[in-house]
Design a protein around this ligand. Sequence first.
Ligand code: OAD
Length: 315
Amino acid sequence: MINKHKNEKPSLVKGLSSLDIKGLAGYIKNGYAKKILILTGAGISVKSGIPDFRSPGTGIYDNIKKYGMLEPDLLFNRAFIKNDPKPFFSLVKEFIDKEYEPTDAHYLSVLFKNKGLLMRYYTQNIDSLDLKAGLTPPYLIECHGHMRTSTCTNSSCKNKIPTESIKNIIIKGQIPYCKKCNSLIIPDVVMNDDDLPEEFFEQLDKDFHECDLLIVMGTSLQVEPFPGMIEDPPLNVPRVLINKEPVVTYVEELGEKNGRLVEISEDRLSQKFKFGHFFNRRDIFLGGDLQSNILELIKELGWEEDLNKLKSKQI
Ligand code: OAD
């Protein structure tokens, strides 16, 4: 029989009073979070009008035919694009055709920066809304590149130009070619087999070693290295996922050893998220609509006025 006295839930990590918005806000307000790491994905920009990639029905990959292709995996395939650039450029057109505005998720990250609490902001997004909101290097690391500049695909030319200078061509549905060598020229987005940009690696180990809070927002965490990155912070660092559905979690399996509850899941030694687990001491999942959760957190932090000031300056 399991001895109940020996099986009280383990205490939460230092500074966390509960695994919810109030607990998170308390951790920040009480000064435990001075080196916040943020990881973001396409879900934070959906409210601006840019679809994400994998949401069923609305995501870019479910609507791939709209861009004139059948296989989502080929959208960011360099060889395919060189052979048939049209589908990729119809996606680029969607990103550069309209003036999209940042969301409260972007602004929350700027508030962290302005208050001296942000260590780094790693994004997979290519929409430049982080930069538009006010996140700049060395805080901002655009891990999958961006569309502000474009580079000639001819390896002996590599002419780099502002995408603005070929915007009209792309918007008309035409394909841009390099003025120097006449080869295809494409925006500086990281393609499937490309290395991540150098700046991604520069502070990575230090950041994950030293951070005191990890916030992950709007990503399905299906593209490496992001899923692995959430496992890197020290075990006493709270991790927060703000996303419609939980991702990178494992199924808890409890057993008994010497009258004590123990985790027997094969995965127990990994550091995947432990939302709802008996032994969860630090992982907070804020599910459902991301922007409502962000706003609630901003209110709980007492930063509504800061948010409004920030937004009015940007507009
Ligand atoms: P995904 O489309 O894979 O994931 C977006 C996540 O955001 C999903 O889990 C959604 O459920 C969630 N989401 C969307 N709207 C939301 C809302 N209103 N509230 C809460 N959650 C919401 O996008 P990423 O993870 O960013 O590569 O995709 C990673 C990479 O895959 C992208 O960077 C892209 C693609 O290959 C490049 O652009 C080079």
